[in-house]
Design a protein around this ligand. Structure first.
Ligand SMILES: [Zn+2]
Length: 99
């Protein structure tokens, strides 16, 4: 689930674009700050998985912004969070380990 980031060459506004599949060329979105006849040019910037952001953080961010699209893109893949909660619950129901 590639996430593309664009920056406006004119005003510096940023916009992220979520794509369901890898595309070689991604059409830049309109600048969110452009108004009227002013021409704003959006340019793709290196985005993806910044060092200070974990994969989970990035996914959570993407979900917040593009929840429905992420769900659709995840398709048949299992919901990791759902499994994690299920296992956490299951572990609580286990009898305490003897020491
Ligand atoms: Zn702009």
């Amino acid at each position: 689930m590639p996430l593309y980031e664009f920056a406006c060459e004119n005003c510096g506004a940023h916009k992220e674009l979520f794509q369901q599949r890898m595309a070689t060329e991604v059409e830049p979105p309109a600048c969110p700050a452009a108004s009227g006849d002013t021409e704003h040019r959006m340019r793709k910037v290196m985005s993806g998985f910044a060092h200070h952001l974990s994969f989970a953080t990035k996914v959570a961010e993407a979900e917040a912004n593009f929840g429905a699209e992420v769900d659709a893109a995840m398709g048949p893949e299992p919901d990791i969070g759902k499994f994690a909660r299920k296992y956490e619950q299951a572990s609580k129901e286990l009898p305490p380990t003897e020491s």
